[in-house]
Design a protein around this ligand. Sequence first.
Ligand SMILES: Nc1ncnc2c1ncn2[C@@H]1O[C@H](COP(=O)(O)OP(=O)(O)OP(=O)(O)O)[C@@H](O)[C@H]1O
Length: 256
Amino acid sequence: MHFRKIIEGKQIIKGGPRLKLEGVNKNYEEIRVLHNLNLTIEDKEITCILGPSGCGKSTLLNIMAGIIKPDAGSVKGDKKKVGYVFQEDRLLPWKTVYENIKIVNKKASDLKLKSLINIVGLNHFENKYPAQLSGGMRQRCSIARAFNFESEMLLMDEPFKSLDYDLRMNMVKSLIDIWHKWNNSIVFVTHEIDEALLLGNKIVVLTKNPCTVEEIININIPQRLRNLEDRELINIRTKLIRILSKQKKAHTYKSA
Ligand SMILES: Nc1ncnc2c1ncn2[C@@H]1O[C@H](COP(=O)(O)OP(=O)(O)OP(=O)(O)O)[C@@H](O)[C@H]1O
C-alpha cells in the first residue's frame, strides 16, 4: 500500500489507509441516513466528498471524527489528532482573531500565527473580535485555527461556502500549499464541483435516502498543476454533473 511520489521536486510520501469505514449505518429515529457505507480515507491525500443537500455528509464527518457513533459497522484507524472545520465558525467571542487561532496550539510562534493570518487574508484584523468581522472573515479565522492545530487528519465541512468565488479560489490555493507542507490527510465536504476538481486526489460522490457511496473518481494530476480548463478535469466535471443531476431527478420523482 505504501508508495512514493515526486511532485515538482518536492517529495510527497504517500501512506496507506488512515481511516477505513466498513458497512456503516446511521439512523436518526425513523430517518435512515447512512446505509452500508464503505469508504477508505488514504493517508496524505485529499478526499473530496460531494453529495446532495441533507444526504448525510456532516453525519459522515462526525462519525469519522468519533463525535457520533454509527449504529452498525466499523470505523478503523488512527483518530488521535483530528482537526475539524465545522460549517459554522465556532470562534470564542471574547478572544481576538490572533487569540482564537493561537488557542489550539499555544506553542505556535508569533511568526507562524502571523503567516496563517496572512494566508487567510486577515492581516489588518488580528486584534479584532469575532463580532467585528463578517461571516466570511470569521470562517477564514476558523480555517487558520484549524491550520494552526496541525492535525494528522483534517475534516472540513463546506469550509469555503460563505466566501465569494475569488476568495474561495485563493483559499483552495492556500489549502494546497499548506497540505504540501504538512503532508496530512484532508477530508473536504463541498457542494462546489470546481473545489473538488482542484483539491481532490479522490472525489467521492454520495447518494441520498439512504446515503451510500455512488462513485469514486481518482484524479492523478498533481494539485499544483491543475487547471479547470484541462481536458481531463472538464471530462470529470461533465461526469460529475451527470451523476448529480441524475440523482436530483430521481429524488424529485421520489418526493413528488
Ligand atoms: N441530530 C440529528 N437528529 C435528527 N436528525 C438529524 C440529526 N442530524 C442530522 N439529521 C438528519 O440527517 C440527515 C442528514 O443530515 P446531515 O447534516 O448529515 O446532511 P448533509 O449532507 O451534511 O446536509 P447539508 O448538505 O445540508 O449540509 C438530514 O435529514 C438531517 O435532517
